[in-house]
Design a protein around this ligand. Structure first.
Ligand SMILES: [Zn+2]
Length: 182
């Protein structure tokens, strides 16, 4: 295995790890890096809705200044996220509230994730199969992969079967999209 392919695999694992983490959690973790320590004290990411990050700020002036900076902040932030945000909104509205109204918190369902391909995938994953030898195991694996990707369109960039949600969102598969974001 070449160094390049190892590097690619590590990249994929890193991306998968990012996906498993709820987006807001990920934002909260790297927020101080993005805005800097001082600003981090006066700002607090509160929720993400439709790819827009809502940030509470300690003052209206702070909101205004950050709004001018938001393109730069968005770029820095998206370098650290698996799924890019489209905008950041700043407001003092939630600064003093200790808990947020429940209806405003977005809980992403697996079916809302662009990589979701439906129940079919789950079922084929839970099938238990014991192979007699390595060839049979490989055949079975190839069969499952083929069955899984049967209905999927191909990524125009790497020609891999791609969930429709990913194509809709990025026009390419998630891995190609992640590469472009770097
Ligand atoms: Zn691709």
């Amino acid at each position: 295995m070449s160094l390049k392919s190892i590097h690619n695999i590590l990249g994929i694992l890193e991306i998968q790890e990012r996906w498993q983490e709820p987006p807001l959690q990920r934002v909260l973790k790297c927020w101080h890096e993005v805005v800097g320590k001082t600003l981090a004290k006066h700002t607090k990411p509160v929720w993400i809705q439709r790819d827009v990050l809502q940030v509470a700020t300690s003052s209206a002036a702070m909101s205004q200044n950050l709004t001018f900076e938001r393109q730069r902040l968005l770029e820095k932030l998206n370098q650290r996220l698996a799924i890019p945000l489209t905008d950041i909104h700043f407001s003092t509205a939630n600064w003093y509230k200790s808990s947020l109204p429940k209806e405003n918190i977005t809980i992403a369902l697996p079916s809302e994730h662009p990589s979701y391909v439906g129940e079919k995938l789950k079922r084929s994953r839970s099938q238990i199969f014991v192979a007699k030898d390595i060839n049979e195991a490989y055949d079975k694996w190839a069969e499952i992969v083929k069955a899984r990707s049967h209905d999927l369109s191909l990524c125009p960039q790497c020609q891999c079967p791609t969930p429709p949600g990913e194509l809709q969102r990025w026009g390419v598969c998630s891995f190609c999209a992640a590469k472009q974001m770097r």
